[in-house]
Design a protein around this ligand. Structure first.
Ligand code: ATP
Ligand code: MG
Ligand code: MG
Length: 502
């Protein structure tokens, strides 16, 4: 049976600029249809493309962050394939300007990690090769109105600058592809070159999938187009792998076709157009000169103004802190575990939340981290909330942790208080502790009585402890905590139980 599974992704990342790739039209998401369209975007005769320098800088920046080589001279090409298929009307001009012969950045590498193990505590490092990054135009959006049998077109997105990142088929399952795309998304956001909001279409993924028998060359790929969520990406790839294996095992053939993921059924389905079978037709773009960037100021030819040129070294020097470095810094600064640094960085807003809690409490970072990654995040995930939607603020959590740190409540009572805080927004920890009488019980007489009752009713356990099995003491401690709803002072209880089981 086929053992090799390959996934190669093409990621379309909308460049975060105020204007389009070749025109001065503004870029915006929810503007009224066709309100962000210049004569060039609408392909009126006599209009010419003017390259947006910001887009070039973004592509260079992204290329450098992904360890690509930057081509100081690259070319623009027209892709005329679109004329023949359903995208035809999405490109007014009848072609898309892209980079086919020589793209701006090539031969890079994206490093990402998977969390594995029963407790998600094994960090597995993986890499995927980046074949190239090319600059290209986004298409318009066509909407078919079945009732009136007409196609409507919105050109707001037409001509917006995209970076297409083409990855080698180095991934072998949906989980890997999902982790790689999440890392890419974090890198693009840190760079500021793409906002990476997938639901707004700023990051769209085509997943190429094939399977092959061990020792044999890569199988025929299918291409699942335009996936706009990381969760769906993983599901689409895993479905497609299994579908291809089933086809081959039944003696069938996998066709090179484009498919779409249907999130309702969880299946991939063939797209009607036979785009995959069409031969691509490219020609050099006659209206644009080669795209030239320079290594540094010293390499500028005479007569070229440094302020007009794109300088690779200058962009390299200004690269911001990338997620992998941020994780290392968190591990070093706070003494937390690497897997915790992943959870913190991968969850939007969680680093900021964690650091805000630290500012307001004397509790050690290593003790705070579990509260943030287990209690808080667990609650948010369960309720399907983002960190910014948390009902518990960093300062409210800090107050709770401080009360625990000062010995006013036990850790299990603190967890009960936390649960209550997630339910009743606005109530402070102190308020809940008083209201539900969750404060620490450290009244020696009261604890003596409870301990005595537990000891009297568990002769077997007491016998075990007396014959040297000291671990059984924990069971008795648990029983005392149960009686006090987790409020008993654990240090005191231990001392009392030790005395009574001598
Ligand atoms: N056998 C294979 N199995 C899985 N993935 C593959 C295989 N062969 C190629 N790929 C992946 O397919 C993608 C090819 O993308 P590329 O942009 O070069 O061309 P395309 O898909 O033909 O054109 P378009 O950009 O119009 O979609 C790459 O991500 C590559 O890694
Ligand atoms: Mg491609
Ligand atoms: Mg493709």
């Amino acid at each position: 049976s086929p053992a090799g599974r390959c996934g190669g992704l093409e990621v379309h990342a909308q460049i975060n600029t105020s204007t389009k790739l070749f025109s001065a039209s503004p870029v915006g998401f929810s503007a009224p249809p066709n309100s962000l369209v210049s004569f060039f975007d609408a392909s009126l005769p006599g209009t010419l493309p003017v390259l947006n320098k910001q887009c070039v800088e973004a592509a260079v920046k992204t290329g450098l962050a992904l360890h690509c080589s930057i081509n100081t001279k690259s070319f623009f090409d027209r892709n005329t394939t679109f004329i023949k298929n359903r995208y035809a009307c999405s490109f007014q001009a009848g072609y898309q300007i892209t980079q086919q012969r020589r793209p701006i950045a090539v031969d890079g590498m994206l490093t990402y990690s998977l969390l594995r193990g029963k407790k998600w505590n094994q960090v597995m490092r993986k890499c995927v090769h980046i074949k190239q990054i090319q600059l290209e135009q986004d298409s318009g959006k066509s909407l078919h109105d079945d009732v009136q049998s007409q196609t409507l077109i919105d050109l707001n997105r037409a001509g917006v600058g995209l970076m297409e990142l083409v990855m080698e088929p180095d991934m072998c399952c949906g989980e890997e592809a999902a982790a790689a795309v999440r890392e890419l998304q974090l890198i693009l956001q840190a760079l500021g070159t793409c906002q990476g909001n997938m639901s707004e279409g700023q990051l769209r993924v085509d997943a190429n999938v094939s399977v092959h028998r061990p020792g044999e060359p890569l199988g025929v790929r299918t291409e699942v187009k335009n996936i706009n969520s990381i969760r769906y990406l993983a599901k689409a790839i895993d479905f497609e792998i299994q579908r291809q294996i089933d086809v081959l095992q039944r003696g069938g053939t996998v066709f090179n076709e484009t498919r779409a993921y249907d999130s309702k059924s969880g299946e991939t389905i063939p797209m009607r157009d036979k785009e995959g079978l069409q031969d691509y037709r490219f020609m050099p773009e006659p209206n644009l000169p080669p795209l030239v960037v320079y290594v540094d100021e010293a390499s500028l030819p005479a007569g070229i103004d440094a302020s007009q040129a794109v300088l690779v070294e200058k962009i390299k020097e200004a690269l911001p802190e990338l997620p992998s470095l941020k994780r290392d810094r968190l591990v070093q600064t706070y003494g937390i575990l690497p897997e915790h640094s992943y959870t913190l960085v991968n969850e939007d807003g969680l680093v900021e939340f964690f650091e805000a809690v630290l500012k307001a409490t004397t509790k050690e970072p290593r003790k705070v981290i579990g509260w943030v990654t287990n209690e808080l995040l667990g609650h948010l995930k369960q309720q399907d909330l983002s960190v910014s939607q948390s009902l518990v603020s960093p300062s409210a959590l800090a107050e709770l942790l401080e009360l625990q740190e000062m010995g006013h409540i036990s850790s299990s009572a603190a967890k009960q208080v936390f649960q209550e805080m997630t339910r009743s927004s606005g109530k402070t920890a102190l308020h809940i502790i008083q209201e539900q009488d969750l404060g620490l019980v450290s009244d020696s007489d009261q604890l003596h009585n409870i301990c005595q009752r537990v000891v009297d009713s568990h002769p077997n356990e007491v016998h075990a402890i007396r014959s040297g099995n000291k671990k059984v003491l924990n069971k008795l401690m648990g029983l005392v905590q149960k009686e006090t709803k987790g409020r008993a002072d654990p240090v005191l209880v231990r001392t009392i139980l030790q005395e009574k089981t001598l």
